[in-house]
Ligand binder design. Structure first.
Ligand code: ADP
Ligand code: COI
Length: 421
């Protein structure tokens, strides 16, 4: 979009010219848009003003460094569940005060990680754009007056909601940015560590922020983002429907998606990470099934079998396809960031693609929206999310036949729920 272009473009100017950035920006603006000789840069909107502020902070950020040194306070899901129960003013206020302390610390740590990236990566305009988004978020949240009244809390929450929207495309942006510049890095491990940490920390931040916002609107069966009586079958079916729509749009045909096992399982859980992970795995299974069966075999598209198991400790979802499996020599790589067998020329990623379907978060969900594949971020991101939630993602391929993906996640109400958000 035009917006993205200007942002990344101005950021690269900024990086090159350093402290002169404001001058350069203004010059550019005046010559290209205003055609006057004014060199002074006058931000015209609030966001531009914020932008200028965050840009200048880039070179003077003791506040970021101080915040990054603090420890994060991570919560167990059951703490979130039980502390959030009474939806009164005091709870909402306390929740906002926790975020006010916590979010700048977490965001500052992300900023430090961007600063530690190899120079050639950090200079990539798209990655720099994301880096700048975090600096801006830090400045906004860190300079917010202490929340004392209901009115403070309402304003803070409004700001938080805006930030969540501004950051909606971060995963896609990182996927695109790393695809552009990762050939310059030899060290796969370094990229994986940065992305695992950045993406899971972001998931945590977004869950906490979303939880706070949801606490304020009391929805039956929910405590914040926790669905107290989640029917796993329904959550999976929602993803199946979404992926079927996308596939129908792209290929004109869809294999059957069949559910079996503990289809009546009901337990408290957070749908947000499932709504990220399930569509990614399902898309892969659907794509493999369709691409390994020519159109003339239409009648014989083998179904994708989804099996659910739930026990006291965890729940497991197995997605089993007959899409030909994964060649032996690629098994090692399918969990690498940016590894994909999608061809560049007909890959969806050349369009304005999104890595994730963002079913929960999309402001205007596009019913046929999102590509089937593209950046090679689906599997590694899903595994990182699963591990962050105390679980795992395992792939078993039967070369020549098909693939089984096992998504295993800890229950949030069991005594063995050891993970923290
Ligand atoms: P993308 O879908 O963008 O390619 P992923 O990380 O989701 O990225 O998958 C990486 C690669 O792993 C795919 O390009 C594909 O080659 C392989 N793959 C993943 N799931 C399957 C599957 N169920 N069957 C066959 N190959 C698969
Ligand atoms: C993100 O989504 O990238 C965030 O970190 C959200 C936060 C700025 C509220």
């Amino acid at each position: 979009s035009h917006n993205t272009y200007t942002m990344t473009h101005t950021m690269s100017v900024f990086r090159v010219t350093g402290i002169q950035a404001r001058g350069v920006l203004s010059l550019q603006r005046t010559t290209s848009f205003l055609s006057t000789n004014r060199v002074e840069y006058r931000p015209s909107t609030t966001s531009e003003r914020e932008r200028a502020k965050s840009v200048s902070a880039y070179y003077n950020q003791p506040a970021v460094e101080a915040a990054a040194k603090k420890r994060t306070v991570r919560l167990t899901p059951s703490a979130i569940l039980y502390h959030g129960r009474t939806d009164d003013e005091a709870t909402t206020l306390k929740s906002a005060q926790y975020l006010q302390k916590e979010l700048p610390v977490r965001i500052a740590k992300r900023i430090m990680a961007f600063r530690d990236l190899p120079f050639i990566v950090g200079c990539n305009p798209i990655i720099l754009g994301v880096h700048e988004l975090y600096i801006r978020a830090f400045n906004i949240l860190n300079s917010y007056e202490p929340i004392k009244t209901r009115e403070d809390e309402i304003n803070y929450s409004r700001k938080l909601k805006e930030l969540l929207e501004d950051h909606q495309d971060v995963v896609t942006q990182l996927a695109a940015g790393f695809r552009e510049c990762r050939r310059h890095i030899q060290n796969e491990e370094l990229v994986a560590r940065f992305l695992d940490k950045t993406l899971t920390s972001r998931l945590g931040i977004r869950m906490l922020a979303q939880h706070h916002l949801s606490l304020r609107e009391s929805k039956p069966n929910y405590v914040g983002i926790i669905n107290v009586t989640m029917k796993l079958k329904e959550t999976i079916e929602r993803s199946c429907q979404f992926v079927s729509q996308v596939a129908e749009h792209k290929y004109g045909r869809v294999p059957q998606l069949k559910l079996s096992g503990h289809v009546n399982a009901v337990f408290p859980y957070i749908e947000l990470p499932l709504d990220y992970i399930l569509p990614e795995i399902l898309k892969n299974a659907v794509r493999a099934t369709i691409e390994s069966h020519s159109e003339f075999e239409m009648m014989r598209l083998p179904p994708i079998n989804i099996t659910i198991a739930s026990n006291e400790v965890d729940f497991i979802i197995r997605i089993s396809d007959r899409g030909g499996g994964i060649p032996h020599h690629l098994m090692e790589r399918v969990l690498d960031y940016n590894f994909t067998t999608a061809k560049e020329e007909n890959s969806d990623s050349t369009q304005e693609g999104h890595v994730f379907s963002d079913m929960m978060e999309a402001v205007n969900p596009n019913p046929a929206g999102g590509p089937m594949h593209g950046f090679g971020f689906g599997l590694p991101t899903s595994r990182a999310y699963a591990e962050y939630m105390g679980g795992s993602l395992d792939i078993q391929a039967m070369q020549g036949i098909g693939t089984d993906v096992y998504l295993r996640l800890k229950h949030i109400n069991s005594s063995s729920a050891s993970f923290r958000i």
